[in-house]
Design a protein around this ligand. Structure first.
Ligand SMILES: C[S@@+](CC[C@H](N)C(=O)[O-])C[C@H]1O[C@@H](n2cnc3c(N)ncnc32)[C@H](O)[C@@H]1O
Length: 388
C-alpha cells in the first residue's frame, strides 16, 4: 500500500483561495492556511500537484514529526529516519530550519544535526548546493512548541518557472500571478481573451494552456532527480494522462513593442500554444477589438480583457498613466456588455481612472511591490467620476 503524507502547497500570500480551488479540482480535500493549502495524498498525488497546479510555488511533503527538546535528542531521532526512502544519494542538500516557541531555537545547530543524520544514512557528508547546481533537495525543518516537523520539497525550482519563458520583455509577470488573474476573472475558455499590454505574453500563454487543458508544469523537469520518493514510471503515467481542450474562444495579445511580440511568440512556441494566440504589434488603441475608428463589431461578443498595464514604478513614471487607464476603460466599455475586465494594478487609485466598477479579487507582492487583481464583471461604467 502506498504511504499517505500530509502535503502542503505553498503560494504567494493572497492566492490561497484560488490554490484551494485548484486542489479541489484535483480531487483532494484542501485546507486553506496562511501561505498555502494543506492536503493529504501519496507521492503520486504530490507529483500530480507539481504538474497541474498553476498558482502554487512549491509542494512540500511532510515526512516526519516528533517531539524534541534537545540537540542530542534531535540527532538521535533524525538518525533513525529512513532518509534513503526519501532522498537520492549524492544529491546536494539544502536544509532550512525555523523555530518558534521551542527550547531548540538555534536554527543553524538544528540544520547541522539534520545534515549529520542524512550524512550518516548515506555514509558520506552532505554537500550543500554550489552556485549553478540545478538539482538539489531542499529540506524544511520546523520547530513549533517543541515539536519538530520535517518536510522535503517536491521541487527544486519554484513551480512558477514553467520552462517556456526564456525570452523576456520589460517587467514580465510571474506565471503564477498570470494564472491567478485568469482564475479570479469571469473568463471561461469558450469565450474570448484579450491582453493588449502583453509584453512577453505571460497572460495569453497561461490562458491558452488552460483552454487546451494542458498542465502548467508540462515542460518542467520531472521531480525525480532529487527525491527517491518519486519514480519515473509514475511520472510518465501522469504525463500521459490525456488533456481535454476546454474551449475554443479566441485569444488575442498585443503590445506596442515589436521586440516584446517577438519574445511572446518565441515563448508561446516553446509552451506549445502558439497556434492558439493571435499576436500583433500595435498600441492598445489600435488593436482591432479596441480601435475607436475601426469596426467594434470585429470583437467577439463575450470575453475578458485581462491585462497587466504598465505600473509606472517599474517601467517609466506614473505621469501620463492616468490618461492611459482612462482610455483603456473607455475602450473596454465599448466592447459591450458581454465583456469583463481583469486588471493587475500596483496603484489601485490609478486603476480606478478606467471608470469601471472594480472589485479587488486578491492582493499580493510581486517584485517588491504590492499588486492587486481588480475584476470588473460586465464593462459598466462606475457611477462615481472616473478620476475620483
Ligand atoms: C507591465 S508590462 C506587461 C508585462 C507582461 N504581462 C509580461 O508578462 O511580460 C506592460 C507592457 O505594456 C506595453 N505598453 C506600454 N504602453 C503601451 C501602449 N500604449 N500600447 C500597447 N502596449 C503598451 C509595454 O511595452 C510593456 O510590454
Amino acid at each position: 500500500m502506498t504511504r499517505s503524507f500530509d502535503l502542503f502547497a505553498a503560494c504567494l500570500p493572497g492566492l490561497e483561495p484560488l490554490l484551494s480551488r485548484e486542489l479541489h479540482t484535483l480531487g483532494t480535500e484542501p485546507r486553506t492556511m496562511r501561505g498555502g493549502v494543506a492536503f493529504r495524498g501519496d507521492a503520486r498525488c504530490a507529483a500530480r500537484a507539481c504538474l497541474w497546479l498553476g498558482t502554487a510555488s512549491h509542494v512540500l511533503i511532510r515526512v516526519a514529526e516528533f517531539p524534541c527538546r534537545a540537540l542530542g535528542e534531535l540527532q538521535r531521532k533524525a538518525t533513525l529516519l529512513p532518509w534513503r526512502e526519501w532522498l537520492r544519494p549524492q544529491v546536494p542538500i539544502e536544509v532550512h530550519a525555523t523555530s518558534r516557541a521551542s527550547r531548540l531555537y538555534h536554527t543553524g545547530a538544528i540544520a547541522e544535526r539534520i545534515e549529520n543524520a542524512i550524512g550518516e544514512a548515506f555514509g558520506s557528508p552532505v554537500r550543500a548546493p554550489a552556485a549553478g547546481d540545478e538539482v538539489f533537495a531542499r529540506i524544511h525543518v520546523r520547530f513549533a512548541n517543541d515539536v519538530c516537523t520535517i518536510s522535503v520539497d517536491a521541487t527544486t525550482s519554484p513551480l512558477h518557472r514553467r520552462g517556456w519563458r526564456l525570452a523576456g520583455a520589460k517587467a514580465p509577470l510571474r506565471e503564477d500571478l498570470a494564472h491567478a488573474l485568469l482564475l479570479a476573472s469571469p473568463w471561461t475558455p469558450d469565450t474570448a481573451l484579450l491582453d493588449p499590454f502583453c509584453g512577453s505574453g505571460t497572460i495569453a500563454i497561461e490562458a491558452a494552456g488552460l483552454a487546451l487543458g494542458l498542465p502548467p508544469g508540462r515542460l518542467r523537469p520531472p521531480p525525480l532527480h532529487h527525491l527517491a520518493l518519486f519514480d519515473a514510471e509514475t511520472w510518465l503515467e501522469l504525463r500521459a494522462e490525456p488533456s481535454a481542450p476546454r474551449g475554443a474562444g479566441a485569444i488575442a495579445a498585443s503590445d506596442r513593442d515589436a521586440g516584446a511580440i517577438d519574445a511572446a511568440r518565441a515563448n508561446a512556441e516553446r509552451a506549445g500554444v502558439a497556434t492558439r494566440i493571435d499576436l500583433s504589434a500595435n498600441a492598445f488603441t489600435q488593436h482591432p477589438w479596441l480601435d475607436d475608428r475601426g469596426d467594434a463589431a470585429s470583437a467577439p461578443r463575450r470575453g475578458v480583457l485581462a491585462t497587466n498595464p504598465p505600473f509606472g514604478v517599474r517601467i517609466g513614471r506614473s505621469e501620463g498613466l492616468g490618461v492611459l487607464w482612462q482610455s483603456l476603460g473607455h475602450r473596454a466599455r465599448r466592447l459591450g456588455p458581454g465583456w469583463s475586465v481583469a486588471l493587475l494594478a500596483h496603484d489601485v487609485r490609478l486603476a480606478r481612472r478606467c471608470g469601471m466598477v472594480l472589485r479587488a479579487a486578491w492582493t499580493t507582492r510581486h517584485g517588491g511591490l504590492s499588486v492587486t487583481a481588480l475584476v470588473g464583471e460586465g464593462t459598466a461604467a462606475a457611477s462615481t467620476p472616473a478620476s475620483s
